[in-house]
Design a protein around this ligand. Structure first.
Ligand SMILES: NC(=O)C1=CN([C@@H]2O[C@H](COP(=O)(O)OP(=O)(O)OC[C@H]3O[C@@H](n4cnc5c(N)ncnc54)[C@H](O)[C@@H]3O)[C@@H](O)[C@H]2O)C=CC1
Ligand SMILES: O=C(O)CCC(=O)C(=O)O
Length: 531
């Protein structure tokens, strides 16, 4: 299949080159927006953006053929990942291509704040000369507080330590080992706020980080501290920055990222304030960073479109394992078994238990996605894939219980689905022999062995002589060939289950001839894809 990709937002030209080397057609258009973009997007399989384009639900809805959205950068707040996931569209970013540039920009902002560089440059350019007004402060021996000791926070740490700063950090998710390795003291947020001379934030904008500093916690701040935000607008409450300065809580702020970009009119008071220095979201704007993220995103997206690898995907945990040789057979097994289970389930079934035994247990999470794909593909009109299977399951109110046991029993690996809605057959188990021999091995505790593919008739019967002859005779009379069969029974003379694999799809009428045979009960029919 040949793919085409649309590049927006001035993505570096190397992006084009990499796509073209991979045989992918590229179209670049910087000025598309609104209806024009909705019309244009329809034919593309891939879309590359930076931060300017908002990839919202409306755009995704218009994107009939879209398979992957790539963010040439880190922050994906301009992409509606939930909607993309629901539509089975992969979202990727390039987590580290612009780390160094953004860290360097942050260090520049810290020094610019300490020495009033932007303000004094401006003064001189306007023919002014005021050395007293622009008296600065050394950063050496001062405390730098970092909120978010991730990639950028860590690189800022290393650089500012070279300037003689003592670095403390607040990051509830960072490990103590990492902090020790960096020579950083991990503290609580309040302690950081009350001890830092400079505080720089390097977290995403989340419910927890939004308004991290505002007039509400002004009393906790070390008086006269400087703030830096080269992460996301809104981490410092923008409306409160001027009051924080005017009331003497903070000495100045450096901002690179805003809650709306370009800033709206209301933000201009902020931008005009002499103690607030601003750059227009330049953290990642270096030749090097833009080249790195452009090349990375083009490689990642090309690989994803060609199903070679899914590195960098944010909503494709399961799909990214489809290229892993160890997981591949289990994924297939899970999907096939899901497809079988839903055909055995009564109408409106929405309670399922999945049990993973043996090695496959360690992949339970992704195997559940695959079972759900098998279940849902039978009755969801949209294309179900490993990205959106859980979304569809939630939407349909399907309840899942998942259990695992890593110790293998009779089989090295076993996946069992229990139908909890009063189904005739309540439990089916399957395994894979070698790489691709998928077998049903148990139905409701009856040992069975049959390939998990094609057309299968399953019926319960009284365990008495002549049953099989009757069934095979009825099939032969209708010119239906048996491919294989398997019998399981509880005890001699009691109940038996028979699973018969046949060479053609059966009609209801043909099935009835079997059900009508004396001793046959509870017949069910399953039709599975053949590889
Ligand atoms: N100005 C610019 O041009 C750029 C801005 N960014 C932004 O910088 C930010 C950081 O990026 P990276 O370092 O690459 O991300 P990262 O994922 O490596 O680090 C984020 C860190 O924040 C921590 N964190 C999350 N929630 C937290 C909370 N409530 N309190 C404290 N820490 C918390 C995480 O544990 C993690 O260590 C992101 O918002 C990203 O979008 C990234 C690149 C360029
Ligand atoms: O593309 C850009 O320049 C913005 C970079 C950024 O903010 C990010 O990667 O999160």
């Amino acid at each position: 299949m040949s793919f085409n990709v649309l590049l927006l937002d001035n993505v570096n030209e190397n992006c084009e080159e990499v796509f073209e080397e991979c045989g992918i057609t590229v179209h670049r258009n910087h000025n598309l927006s609104g209806q024009e973009l909705y019309d244009e997007i329809k034919s593309y399989h891939g879309l590359v953006v930076r931060s300017a384009t908002t990839v919202d639900a409306d755009l995704l809805q218009a994107a009939d053929n879209l398979k992957v959205v790539g963010r040439a950068g880190v922050g994906v707040d301009n992409i509606d990942i939930e909607e993309a996931t629901a539509r089975g569209i992969l979202v990727m970013n390039t987590p580290d291509g612009n780390t160094i540039s953004t860290a360097e920009h942050t260090c520049g902002m810290i020094l610019a704040l300490a020495r009033n560089i932007p303000q004094s440059v401006n003064k001189v350019k306007n023919r002014g000369w005021d050395r007293k007004k622009y008296m600065g402060t050394e950063v050496q021996t001062k405390t730098l507080g970092i909120v978010g000791l991730g990639k950028i926070g860590s690189e800022v740490t290393k650089r500012m330590q070279q300037f003689g700063m003592e670095v403390k950090a607040y990051d509830p998710y960072a490990s103590v080992e990492k902090a020790e390795r960096l020579g950083v003291e991990l503290t609580e947020l309040d302690e950081l706020l009350s001890t830092a001379d400079f505080l720089t934030v390097h977290t995403p904008l989340t419910e927890k980080t939004k308004g991290l500093i505002s007039m509400d916690n002004a009393d906790k701040l070390k008086k006269g501290m400087f703030l830096v935000n080269c992460a996301r607008g809104g981490i410092f409450k923008e409306d409160d920055l001027i009051p924080l300065i005017e009331e003497g809580y903070i000495a100045g702020v450096a901002v690179d990222s805003y809650s709306s970009e370009p800033p709206t009119d209301e933000l201009y008071d902020l931008l005009d304030h002499p103690q607030i220095i601003t750059t227009p979201h330049l953290g990642a704007s270096t030749e090097e960073a833009q080249e790195k993220v452009a090349v990375q995103i083009a490689r990642q997206m090309s690989d994803a479109l060609e199903q070679k690898s899914f590195k960098g995907s944010l909503n494709g945990k399961s799909i990214s394992l489809t290229t892993n040789k160890e997981v591949q057979p289990y994924l297939k097994l899970a999907e096939k078994l899901g497809s079988m289970a839903i055909q055995l389930a009564p109408e409106h079934a929405n309670e399922f238990s999945f049990r993973y035994t043996g090695t496959c247990a360690k992949f339970a999470d992704v195997l559940t996605d695959s079972i759900l794909k098998g279940i849902l593909s039978q009755h969801v009109s949209e294309a179900v894939n490993l990205i959106n299977a859980r979304h569809f399951a939630d939407e349909r109110g399907i309840n899942i219980r998942e259990t695992t046991a890593s110790k293998a029993q009779t089989f090295n690996d076993l996946i069992t689905i229990t139908l909890d809605d009063g189904a005739e057959y309540q439990e089916v188990s399957a395994t894979v022999f070698g790489d691709n021999d998928y077998r049903i091995v148990e139905i409701d505790g009856f040992g069975i062995e049959l390939q998990l593919e094609g057309d299968i008739i399953m019926y319960q019967n009284v365990d008495k002589p002549g049953m099989l002859a009757g069934v095979s005779g009825a099939l032969a009379n209708q010119d239906i060939n048996i491919a294989s069969l398997s019998l399981g029974r509880t005890k001699k003379g009691e109940n038996a289950i028979t699973a018969v694999s046949v060479d053609k799809e059966l009609t209801d009428q043909e099935l009835k001839t079997i059900l009508d045979l004396d001793g046959v009960r509870a017949l069910q029919y399953v039709s599975l894809p053949v590889d």
